[in-house]
Design a protein around this ligand. Structure first.
Ligand SMILES: Cc1cc2nc3c(=O)[nH]c(=O)nc-3n(C[C@H](O)[C@H](O)[C@H](O)COP(=O)(O)O)c2cc1C
Ligand SMILES: Nc1ncnc2c1ncn2[C@@H]1O[C@H](COP(=O)(O)OP(=O)(O)O)[C@@H](O)[C@H]1O
Length: 329
């Protein structure tokens, strides 16, 4: 996959382009990607056009917290078979561009779009006046096809959707899959609900950094990731997980938090004990997939009590993975 970021100097031809924010690359996003990929058999290049909001947000003093970092989105998009991923600069000029000019100059002129795919609620251009109807209206004169993808629904617990804990968990209701609902599920540690909408388990990808080297002394070395402030993490606690190293998937157990028993780390860490693995992976990029919230992180009396609990956590995680997932996928 080709990745283009931070430049408007893009000159492509014969492309099928999907446009959106694509945070989470969830099942709704995947339906758009399937559509652009379907044109590959017609000798088209599939292109996902997203925006780099960071400069604009930083100007306003905001730090957007997203399901996926730019690196994670890149890796997942590539696995979904996207040929080109563009992070188009979201400058004042882009924000104020008339929707018609955006279609003509950017989508047709620079990206060489012959097929344009968006979700049914997508808006773009000055005052968000660009939408599916405009894209369809301009398609004939400009010689492209427009495809407006309907929302993908799923069944979710009604108690989650309406925030009413009194409703039994097995009462379900239909909902449109959205990044907003997925963020809510992750923020509440409801990983199964997030994963249902994501279609691909919620993932954290990063480089393994050094910790205090206590893990190895208590028989559980942990690979530590520090995803930074823009990554949406679930609540502090222990999760049944899987780790991917060199494409091999291992069952694992992950703690998200600040390690109050041994320290009070300033930045939240994602620490994973990888079952059945040994070796030095400092500085290597690994992937951790979360499946299930097991318990909150807490301060133990001493290291021995923490060690005993960590070993129980691993057993519980293995049991969960065995019962609920085939091949740790
Ligand atoms: C399964 C698991 C559960 C953990 N639970 C807690 C916890 O409840 N409280 C805590 O302070 N630290 C917890 N930790 C983090 C440990 O404090 C940390 O992994 C250990 O001190 C080793 O740190 P190091 O990687 O810096 O050597 C947990 C880690 C794992 C892998
Ligand atoms: N099964 C395993 N799971 C996680 N890390 C492992 C494993 N086996 C070896 N390691 C290595 O050990 C390191 C973690 O050991 P640890 O004592 O916890 O040190 P640190 O505090 O630096 O994380 C990892 O970064 C990795 O290089």
């Amino acid at each position: 996959m080709i990745f283009i970021s931070g430049t408007k100097e893009i000159w492509l031809e014969n492309t099928a382009v999907a446009i959106g924010k694509f945070d989470g690359l969830h099942r709704g996003h995947q339906s758009l990607i399937q559509k652009i990929n379907s044109y590959k058999s017609h000798h088209m290049t599939s292109v996902v056009l997203t925006f780099n909001y960071n400069p604009a947000c930083r100007l306003k003093g905001q730090n957007p917290v997203l399901i996926y970092t730019s690196l994670e989105r890149r890796i997942i998009a590539s696995r979904l078979g996207v040929d080109v991923l563009i992070e188009y600069p979201f400058t004042d000029e882009t924000a104020h561009m008339e929707a018609k000019d955006f279609i003509q100059e950017v989508l047709i002129g620079r990206l060489g779009a012959r097929h344009i795919v968006v979700g049914e609620d997508f808006h773009f251009g000055r005052e968000r006046r660009g939408d599916g109807a405009l894209l369809t209206g301009m398609s004939l004169p400009l010689g492209y096809s427009a495809h407006i993808c309907p929302k993908i629904h799923t069944e979710l617990p009604k108690s989650f959707l309406s925030d009413d804990p009194a409703i039994p968990a097995d009462v379900k209701d239909e909902a449109d899959i959205s990044a907003t609902l997925i963020r809510k599920a992750i923020s509440r540690g409801e990983i199964e609900i997030a994963n249902d909408m994501l279609g691909i388990p919620y993932t954290i990808i990063g480089e393994v950094v050094h910790g205090r080297e206590i893990g190895r002394t208590i028989g559980m070395p942990t690979a530590n990731l520090e995803p930074g402030p823009t990554k949406l993490l679930p609540p502090n606690g222990v999760y049944a997980s899987a780790a991917v190293i060199d494409r091999r998937v291992y069952p694992a157990v992950t703690n998200v938090g600040r390690n109050p028993t041994v320290a009070q780390n300033q930045n939240r860490r994602v620490e994973t004990y990888i079952h059945g693995f040994s070796g030095n992976i400092y500085g290597r990029q690994i992937e951790v997939r979360l499946y299930h919230f097991a318990r909150p992180e807490r301060k133990f009396e001493n290291l021995d009590a923490l060690k005993a609990q960590m070993h129980r956590d691993m057993e519980n995680s293995l049991a969960y993975m065995e019962k609920n997932l085939r091949d740790g996928q």
